[in-house]
Design a protein. Structure first.
Length: 252
């Protein structure tokens, strides 16, 4: 079973290495101003995968062929994929990427790839060390070919960008992460308020109130503490005889 702690240790080491490399690159750039090397150029050179051994290339070709056969069988048995659109209809073409979905898939991709690389999770990776389907140690063109074999397109384009990603839209539970701090959050609506309050209360009980600040949930926690207001609406036919009501008003 993959452990989150292993991933966090790996990420911390990677971030430390990136900081060191950035510092070293800055020193090299200042020392050789006559022929500066841009950070983008360095990143692009590192993004180009090295030539894989013949055995790995064959494994990639076999994987793409296998995916194609699996997809042909799927089409024969179930027909093409259908995607739910905003109007409720089912169509064979996918809808435009949803920004919050893209932001969170982008955020957690590192963890997902880490889990896929663990023993017993993905047989293709475990046996060959490469996967065009999941873009592990393969070129972007090979990844595109693998996705096309199953009727899909990559989430990341050739430039490494995520189509549909909008900076600033990330965690919808955070202020500014898709829902502004002064905007009523859907989870604070009357239908969900009690359930949301219960989930947060349990998190505070287990982890302490600091979990709210760590995750940027303060504004939502404050919102679910507010009880639904009682609105007084002028009645069309005032009836003072109604028990517990002032003349001319009805409680909603």
């Amino acid at each position: 079973m993959p452990r989150l702690s292993d991933y966090l240790v790996k990420e911390a080491a990677t971030q430390s290495q990136l900081v060191q490399e950035t510092s070293q690159q800055a020193q090299e750039a200042s020392a050789s101003a006559a022929s500066p090397v841009s950070a983008a150029g360095l990143a692009a050179s590192k993004a180009v995968p090295s030539q894989e051994p013949e055995q790995a290339q064959q494994a990639i070709a076999d994987e793409i062929s296998r995916l194609q056969k699996q997809y042909e069988r799927r089409l024969h048995e179930h027909g093409p994929r259908l995607y739910r659109h905003a109007d409720g209809s089912l169509q064979t073409n996918p809808p435009a990427p949803e920004p919050l979905t893209v932001a969170n898939r982008r955020k957690w991709m590192g963890l997902v790839q880490h889990c896929r690389a663990q023993p017993g999770v993905n047989m293709q990776l475990e046996k060959t060390g490469v996967s065009a389907r999941y873009h592990v140690r393969t070129s972007h063109d090979q990844h595109v070919a693998a996705m096309a074999a199953i009727g899909l397109t990559p989430e990341v384009d050739t430039e490494g960008s995520w189509p549909g990603y909008q900076p600033g839209k990330g965690d919808p539970l955070r202020a500014g992460g898709g829902v502004a701090a002064d905007t009523p959050h859907p989870l604070a609506a009357p239908a969900w308020r009690d359930a949301t309050r219960g989930v947060f209360a349990r998190s505070i009980e287990v982890h302490g109130e600091s979990i709210l600040e760590r995750n940027g949930w303060q504004h939502l926690w404050a919102a679910v503490q507010v009880q639904a207001p009682v609105r007084a609406v002028q009645a069309e036919d005032p009836s003072p005889a109604d028990a517990g009501q002032a003349p001319g008003c009805t409680l909603q």
